[in-house]
Design a protein around this ligand. Sequence first.
Ligand SMILES: [Zn+2]
Ligand SMILES: [Zn+2]
Length: 166
Amino acid sequence: MTIRFRCPSCQGTNQAKGSEASRQTACPHCGTAVSLDVSDSLLQTGVVERCALCREDKLYVQRDFNRNLGLAIVAVAGIVSFWLYGRDQVVWSFGVLFGAVVVDFLLYWTLPSMTICYVCQAEYRKTAKNPAHEAYELALAEKYEQIGKALRSQGKLGRQQEESSR
Ligand SMILES: [Zn+2]
Ligand SMILES: [Zn+2]
């Protein structure tokens, strides 16, 4: 399990891994102490139940797909296809384009998924599937973003909190 999150203080990218995701880490960019609350469920079974940074359970899942890579494959195929077309290799020209689409499609469906926090945008990779989590929804994102903003402005993000009710 890997957690990637933005430092609440300087917005720099931080990464924490598995059991190394200790409760207290320091941001490598600005040195701010960030407290992660990694739940037992996350440590033992890899199922994300709530976010370690903001402690909220507003999470969604998506494929860990690099959009730029996907576009690059299609762009290169387009150039090759155009070149072949100019040489009267029409069948190959279309074949290359079709091949690129198939590769993109396969890449998309074979890539692992990752879990992302609506509230603070922390990303969880190499986790187990939590059936309660669904795909991104814009309406929810807008709603939960407000919680994140409030936490941020109150300086509560990544801070040790009094023991919550659970
Ligand atoms: Zn920082
Ligand atoms: Zn979060």
